[in-house]
Design a binder for this molecule. Structure first.
Ligand code: ATP
Ligand code: MG
Length: 344
């Protein structure tokens, strides 16, 4: 085998690489630690994630993707090149890369992404909406003339789409994801308790007592932080009820995103969805009660996809197996030469 086909989901929180016939070969946080003065990379992925909040002044942390869009080109290139090289070790030809992109990227941003992926070593590249990839990964039968609805709630964005016959019929993206929920938790604790906490503690609070629904049986945890006035270390208790109110406006925005997709969906497809239900995926679909919150407010049965955090990458893998189907839906792999011909 000379050529490798890769599916890459380069998210705001995690990068996942799927290699044809091998499955997911890598999943790591999309983060890099580098030297503040020379720019030299010191750590990436899991290692960078572990050290990110304990750095000396000479180092800084970079998140190359924000809200589904490339924020730091050199760092994004570094990560992609590394992960692609590792996945293609021993292969002679440059890989063909199928990459999922947020539904809100502009043509210009897509062009920049194409340049990025080819600069990182891809021979050919093709982009598809993350929700289409997620639907394929969630096991939807995409060929049927039947409406299905998916909502991918990730780290930086929430993407909701209705699909039929292998294509997106209606979609909507909001720039709200798990990272915003964690930021809201740290802001609340600073303002209400005068305690400053790090990003990792906010994540832990979100995963432990975070909730999308009001919990009659309240749960609480003890966390550590630094007092804003004294700078002394402090332990404090935080409950699910407090966090419920902190996250409520974000949950409402996610709900609004799903509602606006339904509003634009033709009636026959809405009828299909009322039978098939809504499927949610992405890392933030693990937030306590988010499926029930959507189900109660929409009146549509809502379930969490199996393997929810990996749906987009698994879907890319499934689509790579059937390139003909992709082509039928207008998704064609292009080389750098094809792109420059188009520009002329
Ligand atoms: N148990 C959990 N409860 C709540 N949130 C969680 C849980 N586990 C993971 N998350 C959140 O999921 C998010 C990462 O999800 P995911 O990997 O789908 O994002 P991404 O694909 O990188 O982002 P995007 O697609 O928005 O660019 C993080 O914000 C993380 O904190
Ligand atoms: Mg994602």
């Amino acid at each position: 085998m000379l050529e490798t086909k890769l599916g890459i989901d380069f998210g705001s929180a995690n990068i996942t690489v799927y290699a044809e016939n091998r499955g997911i070969v890598r999943r790591e946080p999309s983060v890099v630690v580098c030297d503040r003065y020379t720019g030299q990379v010191i750590a990436q992925g899991e290692e960078a994630d572990r050290m990110k909040e304990k750095l000396p002044a000479s180092m800084k942390v970079i998140y190359p993707i924000k809200d589904g869009i490339v924020q730091d080109y050199p760092t994004a290139l570094y990560l992609l090149r590394n992960y692609m090289n590792a996945a293609c070790k021993g292969r002679l030809l440059r890989p063909s890369v199928l990459m999922s992109v947020s539904g809100n990227v502009t043509e210009l941003e897509k062009k920049a992404l194409f340049d990025l992926v080819t600069a990182a070593g891809a021979g050919r590249a093709c982009f598809i909406e993350e929700s289409l990839a997620a639907a394929a990964g969630a096991g939807f039968d995409l060929k049927l003339p039947r409406g299905s609805m998916i909502c991918d709630i990730g780290g930086g964005t929430t993407e909701c789409a209705v699909l039929s016959m292998g294509s997106v019929v209606v979609s909507e993206t909001v720039r709200i994801g798990g990272n915003d929920l964690s930021n809201a938790i740290s802001d609340y604790i600073l303002h209400e308790h005068s305690i400053s906490i790090g990003r990792s503690t906010a994540e832990e609070i979100k995963k432990t007592v975070g909730t999308a629904v009001y919990r009659n049986e309240e749960v609480a945890m003890i966390a550590a932080g630094k007092h804003r006035d004294t700078s002394f270390p402090v332990f404090f208790e935080i409950s699910s009820t407090e966090i419920y109110w902190v996250l409520k406006s974000y949950m409402d925005e996610i709900l609004q995103c799903v509602k606006s997709v339904l509003e634009k969906t033709p009636p026959e497809l809405v009828a299909d969805i009322s039978v098939e239900g809504l499927v949610i995926c992405g890392g933030t679909s693990a937030l306590y009660g988010i499926d029930r919150y959507l189900e109660w407010n929409l009146g549509i049965a809502t379930s969490i996809a199996e393997n929810a955090p990996h749906c987009a990458a698994q879907g890319l893998g499934r689509l790579l197996k059937n390139l003909k189907e992709l082509e039928n839906n207008g998704l064609i792999f292009a080389t750098a030469e094809d792109e420059s011909d188009d520009d002329e």
